[in-house]
Design a protein around this ligand. Structure first.
Ligand SMILES: CC(C)(COP(=O)(O)OP(=O)(O)OC[C@H]1O[C@@H](n2cnc3c(N)ncnc32)[C@H](O)[C@@H]1OP(=O)(O)O)[C@@H](O)C(=O)NCCC(=O)NCCS
Length: 440
């Protein structure tokens, strides 16, 4: 790899690294993913996520492994609808398959050979009786026996484990308060765990390619669907396999349960997990909870880093007046930010001068990838509303390069003498900014 490409890629990932530090991500995959030749790589990527500050909860299924054991023992695989009938002999196969898969995941995560990406890693994995189950009961007249449903998740203990810097590993098995063991669908376990933990993300790694599901074609952003859009489409996805539909259903359930981002990623794509989480373009399909997805809100001290990252290139180019981190920390409460997937993608500030009934609309910036879709206009409208509420009657802005944008949004050219006196005093004649004024 070209060294400058490497440096560029690492720097481009930095905002995502910052955004994901300390976040709880539930990463779920079925037993078929564990059969893949590149399964180790996926686990190494999960270990890397943890090194980058993410708190991972891994949930796995074991369907093909259960089938293989049933076959080896000459037992029938019985289903009622899309649920397995787990009789006593089948339950032995379920325990055997889930237990052995769990051990093999733990073993792979314990790798620390220098010849692998795990060189120098000391990954700690934890498991436990965190999933409380109940019988799924009788369906269509058939008793599903030891097939269960999630009754409760011991989220507090999982959170403690994560806080201790461990990866929490959860299998498709649950226990009831009566001491019985139940066979669960891993999708349901993943959804229940993510919901109970109020996880920041739930990621399903699937063996199909959600990029090709063409569900989000009409949304303007092919990789993303709001929960509402997803729910509408879910009734109409006849072109998807039963497995894919089950994943989509679980993703929607998690979204409705309060998980803000649910990703469906094809496991076959090299590094898909890292690409989805650490690059702007991402891969796969993401369902997001509408109201939080691109939130506009007042900035807080935690946004200082994000605002600096957004405006620094514009300051370097002379478009915006440079602000030090210290100055920004003092002024941050005057800022509004637009946040998408944890990243600040736009900002502006409103500095009121109440004695002049004026306010300065300042530092408006939109990330280059998100321009031309009315975000700056929305920020301006919001500042105008705030200014009106503060009893101000005019906004002004100083600009060297963006005059026409302001004029197109109702500003007219003004004079330095129209500005509040304290602003006139610090007016930089070398910069020679234009003064623009808008009546409210
Ligand atoms: C100016 C800026 C904030 C606009 O953000 P945005 O979200 O794309 O704005 P909107 O979607 O509301 O408006 C986009 C329109 O403004 C136009 N526009 C953007 N920058 C412009 C400029 N410097 N001069 C004239 N028009 C401009 C775009 O061409 C687009 O018009 P079009 O749809 O007719 O092509 C953004 O381009 C930016 O961050 N620029 C760099 C920072 C900057 O100049 N800030 C102002 C400093 S005082």
């Amino acid at each position: 790899m070209n060294p400058s490409d490497f440096v560029r890629a690492l720097r481009a990932a930095a905002p995502y690294v910052h955004a994901h530090v300390g976040r709880v991500f539930v990463l779920a995959f079925g037993g078929e993913i564990c059969e893949r030749a590149d399964f180790e790589r996926l686990l190494y990527d999960i270990a890397l996520l943890q090194s980058l500050g993410v708190k991972p909860v891994v949930v796995h299924g074991a369907r093909p492994q259960i089938e293989a054991r049933l076959q080896a023992r000459g037992l029938d695989s019985r289903h009622q609808g899309n649920q397995r009938v787990t009789d006593a002999a089948t339950l032995e196969c379920v325990k055997d398959a889930a237990g052995s898969l769990r051990m093999s995941i733990e073993a792979k995560l314990s790798t620390s050979l220098a010849s692998t990406p795990m060189g120098g890693a000391r990954v700690k994995v934890a498991g436990g009786n965190w999933i409380i189950a109940k019988p799924a009961g009788v369906r269509g007249g058939i008793d599903l026996q030891s097939t269960g449903e999630v009754r409760r998740v011991d989220a507090e203990t999982i959170r403690q484990v994560l806080d201790q810097g461990r990866i929490a590993l959860v299998s498709n098995i649950g226990y009831s308060p009566t001491g019985e063991t139940f066979n669960l669908r891993y999708e349901d376990v993943a959804t229940a765990v993510a919901t109970a933990l109020k996880a920041d993300k739930l990621v399903f790694l699937v063996d199909s390619n959600p990029d090709s599901w063409t569900l989000a074609e009409d949304t303007g952003d092919a990789g993303q669907l709001s929960l509402a859009e997803g729910a509408k489409l879910a009734n109409d996805v006849t072109h998807l396999s039963d497995r894919d539909r089950a994943h989509l259903g679980a993703a929607l359930a998690a979204g409705h349960g309060g998980v803000r981002r649910v990703h469906l990623i094809g496991a076959a794509e090299e590094g898909a997990l890292l690409r989805e989480l650490y690059t702007r373009d991402g891969v796969g399909l993401m369902l997001y909870t509408d109201e939080n997805y691109e939130a506009v809100r007042e900035a807080s001290i935690e946004d200082v880093g994000g605002v600096l990252a957004l405006i620094k290139p514009l300051e370097d180019a002379g478009v915006l007046v440079p602000r030090s981190r210290e100055q920004l920390e003092l002024e941050i409460s005057q800022f509004d930010v637009m946040v998408r997937d944890g990243l600040v993608i736009a900002c502006c500030a409103l500095f009121p001068y109440p004695q002049y009934k004026m306010g300065e609309f300042s530092c408006v910036a939109v990330h280059p990838d998100y321009r031309g879709e009315g975000r700056a206009e929305a920020l301006l409208k919001r500042s105008e509303d705030t200014a009106r509420k503060l009893g101000l009657s005019k906004l002004f802005a100083l600009t060297t390069t963006t005059e026409h944008w302001f004029i197109e949004h109702g500003f007219v050219e003004g004079k330095i003498e129209e500005l509040p006196v304290q602003k006139q005093r610090i007016y930089n004649y070398r910069r020679n900014s234009l003064v623009l004024v808008k009546g409210l």
